[in-house]
Design a protein around this ligand. Structure first.
Ligand code: MG
Length: 350
C-alpha cells in the first residue's frame, strides 16, 4: 500500500488527562492513510509545533512511499530522520517522528490484520505486571497492584528527606515485603540530596530512584551509583534515539532505562535502543509503559515485565483520547488482540 496522506492534530486538551505526572504534556495525534483505505493512528509529542513539523515537512517526505513490511517502516524512519536532522535529532522533531512511526506500525498491523505485538514477533508475556504511580496506596493494593511508585519530598531540606522516608515506609507497609517500591523526584534532587535520600530509605528496600538529575548529568549519575546501590538509578524518559541511549551506555550512567515510546522515536527506534540495552545487560522499563503504545512493545520483547500506570487517569473516562485501552486487572495489563494497536481514537477530542 502507498501512503496518500499524513496529518497531525493537537487534541482539545480542555480537560487535561487527570493523574498524569504534570499538568500538561503536549501529546499529539498522527493519522496516516494508505491508498487501499487503511488508516493508522499514532501518538507523539511536541504540541502545535510538533503538528507543524508533521504537516509541513514529514507529510511531503512520506506521501507516495510504500509500506508493506517492518523494513519499509524502518526505511521511512531513516529517511525522515536524515532529512530533518539539520533542525532535529532530539526534542520536538523526534517527538513528532515518534507519532508518525507509531501510526505506521498501526497502519501495517491493520493492513495485515495483526496486532502490533504480532508484528514484533508475538507475545513473550501474555500479561504485564503493572505498577501504580501515585500515593493512594491502600486503593491500589485493594485493586490488585503489587508495585508502587510514590512521590518523594522534592527539595533537599530535612523535612523533604523525612517526607520521602515516611512515604517509603508507608508504601512498604501497605504493599508488603514482596512488592516493588520505587520513587521519582522528576530531576528535583541534586547530588548531595540523592545521597541523603538513599540513606534515609535504605531499610525499605526500594527498587529504583527515577530521574534524579537531568539528562545532561550522566557523569554525576554514574558517580552516584556507589552511594545509591543497591537501589537502582533509573531514567531516560527525556532521552531520544539510539544515539542518546548510546551515550548513556558509554557513561554507564543508568541501571535501568526508561525510553518513552511516544517521544524517543517510536517502536522502530525503541527496538534499536533495546538492542544496545541487551548488549549492556541493562533492564528496559519503558516510561508510561501501561499506555497501549508501549504495552505491545513490552509484551512482545525482552523488556522487563513491568508497566507504569496512573490509576487516577481512569477516574475521568469522559475525556479519554484513546478508547478501549486495557485497564489493570489483578495488578496486570493485557495488550489488545486486535489489528494494529487496537485502540479507537475518540474523535470528539480533536
Ligand atoms: Mg518519570
Amino acid at each position: 500500500m502507498k501512503i496518500i496522506d499524513v496529518k497531525a492534530a493537537y487534541p482539545k486538551w480542555t480537560n487535561l488527562p487527570t493523574g498524569v505526572w504534570q499538568s500538561h504534556f503536549w501529546q499529539i495525534v498522527v493519522r496516516v492513510e494508505a491508498d487501499d483505505g487503511t488508516v493508522g493512528y499514532g501518538y507523539g509529542g511536541g504540541g502545535e509545533p510538533g503538528c507543524l513539523i508533521v504537516n509541513q515537512h514529514f507529510r511531503e517526505l512520506l506521501v507516495g512511499r510504500t509500506i508493506e513490511s517492518v523494513d519499509d517502516i524502518r526505511a521511512a524512519w531513516d529517511y525522515v530522520y536524515k532529512l530533518s536532522l539539520p533542525y532535529g535529532r532530539k526534542g520536538l522533531q523526534m517527538m513528532a517522528l515518534s507519532g508518525v512511526d507509531l501510526a505506521l506500525w498501526d497502519l501495517l498491523g491493520k493492513s495485515e490484520d495483526k496486532p502490533v505485538h504480532e508484528l514484533l514477533g508475538g507475545l513473550r508475556k501474555p500479561k504485564v505486571r503493572a505498577y501504580a504511580s501515585g500515593d493512594e496506596f491502600e486503593k491500589y493494593r485493594d485493586i490488585g497492584y503489587t508495585a508502587n511508585k510514590f512521590s518523594p519530598g522534592r527539595a533537599g531540606a530535612d523535612d523533604d528527606v523525612q517526607k520521602t522516608a515516611a512515604a517509603a515506609q508507608r508504601s512498604r507497609s501497605v504493599f508488603g515485603d514482596n512488592a516493588l517500591i520505587m520513587t521519582d523526584c522528576y530531576m528535583a534532587w541534586d547530588f548531595e540530596t540523592t545521597k541523603q535520600m538513599a540513606e534515609a530509605v535504605r531499610e525499605f528496600d526500594l527498587y529504583w530512584f527515577e530521574d534524579i538529575l537531568t539528562p545532561d548529568h550522566l557523569e554525576e549519575q554514574a558517580a552516584l551509583k556507589e552511594f545509591v546501590h543497591p537501589i537502582n538509578i533509573a531514567g531516560g524518559e527525556h532521552e531520544f534515539t539510539r544515539f542518546g541511549f548510546g551515550q548513556i551506555a558509554k557513561e554507564n550512567a543508568l541501571d535501568i532505562w526508561q525510553p518513552d515510546l511516544t517521544w524517543c522515536g517510536g517502536i522502530t527506534e525503541a527496538l534499536r535502543i533495546l538492542d544496545i540495552a541487551n548488549t549492556q545487560k541493562i533492564p528496559v522499563v519503558p516510561h508510561r509503559g501501561g499506555e497501549i503504545w508501549a504495552l505491545h512493545f513490552i509484551a512482545a520483547t525482552d523488556c522487563d515485565d513491568l508497566a507504569e500506570t496512573h490509576p487516577a487517569r481512569w477516574d475521568d473516562s469522559a475525556n479519554e483520547l484513546w478508547l478501549d485501552e486495557p485497564r489493570v486487572e489483578d495488578g496486570h495489563l493485557t495488550p489488545l488482540d486486535r489489528p494494529g494497536f487496537g485502540v479507537v481514537l475518540n474523535e470528539r477530542m480533536l
